[in-house]
Design a protein around this ligand. Structure first.
Ligand SMILES: Cc1cc2nc3c(=O)[nH]c(=O)nc-3n(C[C@H](O)[C@H](O)[C@H](O)COP(=O)(O)OP(=O)(O)OC[C@H]3O[C@@H](n4cnc5c(N)ncnc54)[C@H](O)[C@@H]3O)c2cc1C
Length: 388
């Protein structure tokens, strides 16, 4: 069924990406997982290969390829088993850069998008705040216009790439009295005076850096406003569709990696004189997990196909993230159990996978919030429209 979406060119791209990851990334993963810092040379290598610009216009150095190339990039990143490394790459490419591409002016694209594609500048997306996570509209960070500048004050938290980055895409209130209709988006250089970032210590995604960021009278040119003034909430909601599909695809790929691993493990590990893959209890559990993964994968491809055609698939992308991250959590949990005590050991891949997978139902909209969005669309007949 997958061949419906993947051409021979896609498959060639997948193979060369796999080779690249094995040669250039895998030898460094253990170190980056320990230090929590990805060395900068790898961004340049990704840039040289064109991987950071797959989805972006040729005018700025991108490859302008269809969404299934992005799906392949996301899947293969999961299959080298560092949720943190993968997150650093996709947060740069599909969180920060999405705004530059969709809302940035030509000048902003030249200044930020082009070097993001070449791997010379790394970005992050700053929406979450200490007192406003799920409740995006409750954000308190402000951007006040003064002459031809905006002055930003406030704080953000849990920002992927927020410690080691060159620029930030920041949501702030330009008209706080208007609630969610008073939010705007800015691009801000990380070294602007008044910005301070501290690194957070976390359960998983260890190769990525996650930061708390304070903005103290940070002055940016008014031309750093992206999209329309006070339309930031609509832009955020709009881009959540892609972000959620990205997280759905990540989840099915992570689960597939876990299942592939245990399949080999079960064929090699004997107890009571029999290989694990001969025990009915385990065979049936495996079959259930495999089926759930396949259902999510094929669903995600369908959603990707519709998004690729330009459809606004907000409901479908929400379902994709909700169900795929639930599935991945269950599959990874189940696969760890198949390894017995070895599953708990850091020398085996399941321990890291288990830690990393847990973020799926939390980041980019928790499962509880996603259920509420689906309920609003189905029960209350709310219609989320694309931004005009
Ligand atoms: C490692 C990591 C990386 C991240 N990267 C980024 C990033 O790059 N950029 C960014 O902006 N953010 C990022 N986030 C933030 C992430 O999106 C938020 O953590 C998430 O949206 C939840 O917000 P919160 O943590 O404030 O939880 P809260 O909003 O405080 O929610 C707490 C709990 O209450 C539940 N809850 C809240 N409201 C309701 C409700 N109305 N009904 C039912 N249940 C509810 C939630 O589901 C959750 O279980 C990251 C987070 C982590 C942990």
């Amino acid at each position: 069924m997958s061949s419906m979406y993947f051409t021979e060119e896609h498959q060639m791209f997948r193979q060369s990406l796999k080779n690249f990851l094995q040669k250039e990334v895998v030898p460094h993963i253990e170190k980056w997982e320990k230090t929590g810092e990805i060395e900068s040379f790898i961004w340049k290598k990704f840039g040289e290969m064109g991987y950071l610009g797959i989805a972006y216009p040729e005018q700025y150095g991108g490859l302008n390829l269809d969404l299934f190339y992005t799906v392949i990039l996301l899947e293969e990143l999961q299959k080298i088993n560092s949720g943190g490394f993968a997150a650093s790459i996709w947060a740069h490419c599909y969180l920060a850069m999405t705004y530059l591409n969709k809302e940035g002016s030509h000048e902003i694209k030249k200044q930020y998008l082009a070097p993001s594609i070449s791997g010379k500048k790394i970005g992050c997306l700053c929406i979450t705040e200490p007192f406003a996570g799920s409740d995006v509209a409750g954000m308190r960070t402000t951007a006040v216009k003064k002459d031809d500048t905006y002055i930003i004050n406030g704080s953000k938290t849990f920002i992927t790439n927020g410690f080691y980055c060159d620029y930030m895409v920041v949501a702030a209130k330009t008209s706080p009295e208007l609630g969610n209709k008073g939010i705007s988006i800015f691009v801000v250089d990380k070294d602007t005076p008044g910005i301070s970032a501290s690194k957070l210590n976390k359960l998983g995604w260890r190769a990525s850096n996650t930061a708390e960021i304070a903005f103290d009278n940070v002055t940016v040119p008014a031309s750093n406003l992206m999209g329309k003034l006070n339309k930031g909430f609509s832009h955020i909601m709009q881009h959540f569709a892609l972000e959620r599909l990205v997280m759905g695809v990540n989840a099915h790929a992570r689960a597939e990696f876990a299942l592939d691993y245990v399949l080999k493990y079960m064929a090699e590990r004997k107890t009571f004189g029999k290989y694990l893959d001969k025990y009915q209890a385990l065979r049936h559990k495996f079959s259930d997990m495999y089926s759930f993964m396949e259902i999510c994968k094929e669903y995600n491809y369908t959603v990707a196909n519709r998004m690729n055609k330009g459809e606004y698939v907000v409901k479908e992308a929400t379902i994709s993230k909700l169900q795929s991250t639930k599935m991945a959590d269950e599959v990874v949990y189940g696969c760890l159990q198949f390894l017995g005590g070895y599953g708990y050991m850091e020398d085996y891949p399941m321990a890291r996978l288990f830690r990393d997978s847990r973020l799926g139902p939390i980041g980019g909209g928790t499962s509880e919030i996603l259920r509420e969005i689906i309920a609003k669309m189905i029960i209350d007949k709310k219609d989320y429209k694309p931004t005009t």
